[in-house]
Design a binder for this molecule. Structure first.
Ligand code: GDP
Ligand code: IMO
Ligand code: MG
Length: 435
């Protein structure tokens, strides 16, 4: 039995989709356990680029079971749209199985409306959300007013819950946000119709996983977002509304933590962030532009330009700590090619020259933090074709060695391009070593 969690070590978009797709063959199950269609995971398959928001990135492989766990907030229409795209592209194998937890909370139209209305109203203080209704859906879950996937199959109960919710949400939409109220009958009809279309996928996924874990099956837990978007451990309030750290793989899929054998952190060779919030190593200059353009740093969900900056090891070390990361996969090293000098942030200076290795909880202090850098020489050689550490320029190896030292976690993989094959696997076969 082996359960491996892949978790983002920064602010999301570290390349979780590529790495999940790359190693999925070695697993029987691929599980999403938190977040929703705020995620955008890019997989390049047969020359085609796919952006998956809800369905786990292992779906393209033969003989995989993909699970959308109870910790996910689930938009059934996005699910159907994604399924249709996969089917149209002939990308689903005949032996692919997909299950959705009956306990996953539904994203309802009023969640989206509230998310967007709130962001529009609080222009000075907005979070820069994806507008997909994620926050309001998790709010209802915590408030115990949420509607779960399984509730769709008890029509009277579903209608009653919808009516109860809409009473409050429409009041808010109309009177506080000046938005159009939503129509109860229209929503009920849409969701009840959709319920029939997804019925064959709905299951008690905790039971399925438990059974399979007992059979010795291998499970890959695919994290969404990143450690610093975690609602407890991230740069609150500029975070998403779920726990993105590895521990949530357990509660978000209904299995015990003892089913998890290893946590792999996915870490970009520099840092990016979409949306608002402090970003100590952000670069609003030519180097930042280089990263944004060469790295094609556009949000996979909203298309927004991602903010870019130097690698911040204060953040990565914290991710290693809070997620128990034992191994690191470094992505997008190729994007740094051509820069004369590279910097790694090893700590922060703040008020009166105090120095810290740990990110302060106060968003006010974090916003004032000045990064303390170590500088490295860059490299000019194209590294897209490197398949072994020895094929990397010596300066690239130095950069990675220092990263590894500072992280106190072993680098097991270096990605040098977006394609599956553009990868250096340090421990061969590294997956077997992890299992
Ligand atoms: P995720 O949300 O963590 O799955 O990451 P995204 O898919 O949102 O963003 C990562 C982007 O970088 C995608 O466009 C990937 O195709 C791309 N990518 C992943 N690894 C590499 C790499 O090593 N080099 C380059 N140049 N692109 C990469
Ligand atoms: P993946 O899985 C990067 C960010 C949003 C916003 C904040 C809150 O592709 O790495 P939300 O809609 O979740 O309430 O927005 O979180 N955000 C992401 N940033 N990658 C993601 O997912 C993200 N999911 C949410 O930009 O700042
Ligand atoms: Mg993404």
């Amino acid at each position: 039995m082996a359960g491996i969690v892949l978790v983002g070590a920064q602010w999301g978009d570290e390349g979780k989709g590529k790495i999940t797709d790359l190693i999925a063959d070695d697993f029987d199950y691929v599980v999403r356990y938190q977040g929703g269609n705020n995620a955008g995971h890019t997989v390049i398959h047969g020359g085609r680029t796919l952006k998956l928001h809800l369905i786990p990135s292992g779906v393209l492989h033969d003989n995989k079971t993909c699970i959308i766990g109870n910790g996910v907030v689930f938009d059934p229409f996005v699910f159907l749209q994604e399924m249709e795209e996969l089917q149209k592209g002939n990308l689903l194998q005949s032996n692919t199985r997909i299950y959705i937890s009956e306990r996953a909370h539904l994203i309802m139209p009023y969640h989206r409306s509230l998310d967007q209305a709130r962001e529009a109203k609080t222009s000075g203080k907005k979070i820069g959300t994806t507008g997909r209704g994620i926050g309001p859906a998790y709010e209802d879950k915590a408030a115990r007013t949420g509607i779960r996937v399984g509730d769709l199959y008890e029509e009277n109960l579903f209608r009653e819950m919808l009516r109860h919710n809409l009473e409050e949400k429409n009041f808010l939409l109309k009177n506080y946000y000046n938005e159009k109220p939503l129509d109860e009958e229209e929503i009920a009809a849409q969701y009840l119709d959709c319920a029939q279309k997804i019925k064959s996928y709905v299951a008690d996924t905790s039971l399925i996983l438990d059974h399979e874990i007992r059979q010795g099956k291998k499970i890959l837990f695919e994290g969404a977002q990143g450690s610093h978007l975690d609602i407890d451990h991230g740069t609150y309030p500029y975070v998403t509304s779920s726990n993105t750290v590895s521990a949530n793989a357990s509660s978000g899929s209904g299995i015990g933590p003892n089913a998890i054998t290893k946590v792999v952190g996915i870490c970009k060779a520099y840092t990016t962030r979409v949306g608002e919030g402090p970003f100590p190593t952000e670069l609003n200059d030519e180097t930042g532009n280089h990263m944004q353009q060469v790295g094609q740093e556009f949000g996979a969900t909203t298309g927004r330009k991602r903010r870019c900056g130097w690698l911040d090891m204060v953040l990565v070390r914290q991710a290693v700590r809070v997620s128990g990361i034992g191994a690191l996969a470094i992505t997008k090293l190729d994007v740094l090619t051509g820069l004369d000098k590279l910097k790694i942030c090893v700590g922060y200076k703040y008020a009166n020259d105090q120095f810290t290795h740990a990110a302060p909880a106060s968003i006010r202090i974090l916003s004032q933090c000045q990064p303390v850098y170590e500088e490295f020489d860059g490299w000019k050689e194209d590294i897209l074709y490197a398949r072994d550490m020895n094929e990397l320029p010596v300066n690239a190896r130095k950069y990675l060695r220092r990263l590894e030292e500072l992280a106190e976690a072993k680098i097991v993989l270096v990605s040098v391009g977006a394609g599956r094959e553009e990868t250096i696997i340090l421990e061969d076969p590294f997956i077997n070593k992890l299992l």
